[in-house]
Design a protein around this ligand. Structure first.
Ligand SMILES: Cc1cc2nc3c(=O)[nH]c(=O)nc-3n(C[C@H](O)[C@H](O)[C@H](O)COP(=O)(O)O)c2cc1C
Length: 445
């Protein structure tokens, strides 16, 4: 889990470590943000708290590939394979996460250095916690990251934007029953990636997705006070219940796109037990864009397979600038006249979030913004190649949608005409450019 990830990062010189005192209120978030949340950082000296804290762990796409042992070209297939071929996990009787068990006088903020990040945030927030629940009917485990507001004492507020989890909770609430949860901190890349798979779409046990992705069974231990399993080697686990018929105001909170999310009543979690390893490391994530790359990678997988049913898709980029959910660049091999328009329709219909897509030929690097700009500029004409869908459902994380309650979606066909008889769309090339060896001329470069 986390400790072996830190060892790998240290061995690769990819971990920044500091013994300088840092305040978990604002200061630590500022340091994480300075590096765009893309550099893993271990803080060993937290002001007023004995724990160490790690952040910026999973904000870099290439680092996630490395930690998973995958690469850019096989990522989509590997994620889909873990869903289609989930593998069994392993239940063990004890694990390091149970080295310490706290059941009394739980004051979450006193125990953990939970960060306050931005000026108008309503409180401190746990931002990297993976919440696990068990489906009451099937016994399958579903994990997801949910931001958690610290309300004081043993109480947290949860922001849950999930049809499945919300429905499960509301169903239990009708019967006056709580929903048991555990919140896991201190995990590795396969555990994170499995948590980002949509429960409603695939209905697959995410501990089994994790076991498939890591190539060996995930080791789990039973919780102390709830009927759930959690990773035996996690750093910290909070066991609790989302209680019926109680709501607390949650937010504002500096969100995904760098704006504050609104304040609203949300369900609360009462924490009855905290498990932690000796000298636990508190895991955090600066909100939120960079850390959402994990979510974006799964969206890329969904978009790719959705498109594959209809067009010859080469690759997709659900972009960082678009919060890993609102914008996508798509490269296709164009075989028929309507391919690009069909790709636009398919992509915009994938989910409510995706609102801007650009379709390009396979000769354009969709991970290079300048190439996209070049393709739009030289291969599209607005009156013919822009498709606008007015007034669709959008996302409340995006203020231009929020102000109207609906969103306009746009697709740009920036592909060249199928047959370029004029030769106008052929790129100017230098023969043998790709084979040039610059060190021959400038040995020091
Ligand atoms: C860093 C990070 C923070 C997230 N915060 C939230 C959140 O506060 N609320 C939420 O509903 N989803 C959040 N998500 C997205 C969910 O974890 C993700 O969509 C997950 O797959 C949902 O699983 P589900 O299909 O069971 O809803 C976050 C994702 C990441 C990577």
């Amino acid at each position: 889990m986390l400790r072996s990830t830190l060892e790998t990062l240290r061995a690769n010189n990819s971990l920044l470590e500091t013994d300088k005192e840092v305040d978990y209120i604002y200061e630590m978030g500022a340091v994480l943000k300075y590096f765009n949340n893309k550099v893993p950082m271990l803080f060993n000296n937290i002001k007023g708290n004995p724990l160490s804290s790690v952040g910026g762990l999973y904000g870099d796409r290439m680092l996630i590939y490395d930690l998973l042992g995958i690469d850019h070209n096989n990522r989509i297939e590997r994620f889909m394979n873990s869903i289609v071929n989930p593998q069994p996990y392993k239940v063990v009787s004890n694990g390091k996460v149970k080295e310490n068990i706290i059941k009394r006088n739980i004051d979450i903020q006193r125990i953990l250095p939970i960060n306050k990040f931005q000026e108008k945030d309503s409180s401190s927030f746990i931002t990297a916690g993976v919440m696990v629940v068990k489906d009451p009917d099937t016994g399958k485990f579903f994990t997801s990251i949910r931001r958690l507001q610290v309300n004081g004492g043993n109480q947290l507020s949860a922001l849950i934007a999930s049809p499945k989890l919300t429905n499960d909770f509301l169903e239990l609430e009708k019967q006056g029953k709580p929903l048991e949860v555990a919140i896991i901190l201190g995990y590795d890349a396969p555990f994170l990636m499995a948590s980002q798979i949509s429960s409603a779409t695939y209905g697959v046990d995410k501990y089994m997705v994790d076991s498939s992705l890591r190539g060996e069974p995930l080791e789990l231990v039973p919780c102390e006070t709830v009927d759930l399993l959690v990773p035996a080697n996690a750093e910290i686990v909070l066991e609790g219940r989302i209680v019926p018929n109680k709501r607390e105001l949650e937010g504002p909170f500096g969100e995904l796109m760098g704006y504050y999310g609104a304040q609203a009543p949300h369900p609360i979690i009462e924490v009855d037990c905290i498990l932690h390893r000796n000298n636990p490391i508190y895991q955090t994530a600066f909100p939120c864009r960079e850390e959402h790359v994990s979510n974006g990678l799964i969206r890329e997988m969904e978009l790719y397979y959705h498109l594959k049913n209809q067009v010859d898709v080469v690759d997709v980029n659900v972009t960082e600038g678009g919060g890993y959910r609102f914008n996508a660049f798509i490269a296709i091999r164009k075989h028929k006249k309507g391919d690009a328009k069909t790709a636009i329709l398919a992509a915009l219909g994938l989910n409510k979030d995706l609102k801007q897509v650009v379709i390009v030929n396979e000769d354009v690097n969709i991970f290079d913004l300048q190439e996209i700009e070049w393709a739009i500029t030289t291969r599209s004409q607005a009156s013919m190649d822009y498709t606008i869908v007015e007034g669709a459902l959008g996302s409340s994380l995006e203020p231009s949608h929020d102000i109207r309650g609906v969103t306009d979606k746009v697709g740009i066909d920036a592909t060249k005409p199928l047959e370029d008889n004029t030769g106008k769309f052929s790129r100017a090339i230098i023969p043998e450019y790709d084979n040039i060896d610059i060190s021959k001329y400038f040995p020091n470069i």
